[in-house]
Write a protein that binds this ligand. Structure first.
Ligand code: DO4
Ligand code: MG
Length: 279
């Protein structure tokens, strides 16, 4: 794979949303601009747009990441709080999740370096020492080093529920391992906040049949995007900008676990579909 993808949602009726290959080889420099939308409007000619978005996604798109760190927020939707209280019951836990849902300070954790992030079409992984695994479909913000949200992508926060449920102190092992994150298919740059009524859809295919599917509106999230970003940037700087997954509102039922060969599809309005087989 050789190229990064960008979808620019032009705010003009004569120029609808368009997919472009990144107009520069220096991804970190390109995306870390507070006026990224204006830059793309001026610098990327309409004629450079590609109609062949779906084929690009299948064949040649890198994850939309250079040297950025990937962080994640947790327990930002009621469904996530309830699922985690349930899974940690045997460990005598649960109360943490209830409290963090209502606390002023959100849960933020370091999710991944770029090297562990999987591109569209490539395999995400489940841990061999984990018995209960799920994908977490999450709207993911791209934030510049100046703290401005300039883009969005689909994120998969692959998680081991058995390891996390055993003890909350195992969270980094449940969340961070090779192939535990996927981002893509592109960086979506709308020039304004993503539509408040955007929907996240998760579909898990097994033997070409849907094994689980569900959807949720991003308006069901407890926290505001700016609120999460302001906590993340309190005592951390990000010279190349960073990604922040905003938490999952979709958790499959407790008897569901991912299997090798499943295909995870995460679709968010405006951004497109991030599809990854499970390896
Ligand atoms: O509290 C553990 C992780 C939460 C999380 O990843 C989520 O809510 O999406
Ligand atoms: Mg998550």
């Amino acid at each position: 794979k050789t190229r990064h993808g960008i979808v620019v949602e032009h705010d003009r009726t004569d120029r609808p949303a368009q997919f472009h290959r990144a107009p520069s080889d220096d991804w970190d420099y390109l995306v870390n601009q507070d006026d990224l939308y204006q830059f793309l409007e001026q610098e990327v000619p309409s004629s450079a747009a590609s109609d062949d978005y779906q084929n690009w996604i299948k064949s040649d798109l890198l994850a939309p990441i250079g040297q950025q760190e990937v962080w994640a927020s947790g327990v930002t939707y009621l469904r996530s709080r309830d699922a985690r209280m349930e899974e940690s019951k045997k460990a005598g836990g649960g109360d943490f999740y209830d409290r963090v849902y209502d606390a002023e300070r959100p849960e933020l954790f370091f999710k991944s370096t770029a090297t562990r992030v999987v591109a569209p079409g490539d395999k995400v992984r489940i841990r061999q020492d984990s018995t209960w695994n799920v994908p977490e479909p999450e709207l993911t913000l791209f934030i510049t080093s100046g703290g401005k949200i300039v883009g969005y992508t689909c994120g998969n926060d692959m998680s081991s529920r058995s390891i996390e449920g055993e003890n909350p102190l195992y969270l980094p092992q449940a969340k961070t391992y090779d192939g535990s994150a996927a981002l893509g298919p592109c960086l979506y740059v709308p020039g304004k906040p993503i539509a408040a009524d955007a929907t996240i859809r998760l579909q898990i295919m097994r033997n070409n049949q849907p094994a689980f599917e569900n959807s949720i509106g991003i308006d069901q999230m407890k926290r505001k995007h700016d609120e999460l970003v302001s906590f993340l940037f309190r005592e951390c700087s990000f010279p190349n900008g960073c990604y922040l997954m905003t938490g999952t509102g979709i958790v499959p039922p407790d008897d569901f676990t991912l299997e090798k060969g499943d295909v995870v599809r995460i679709t968010i309005d405006g951004i497109g579909t991030l599809e990854n087989p499970v390896g």
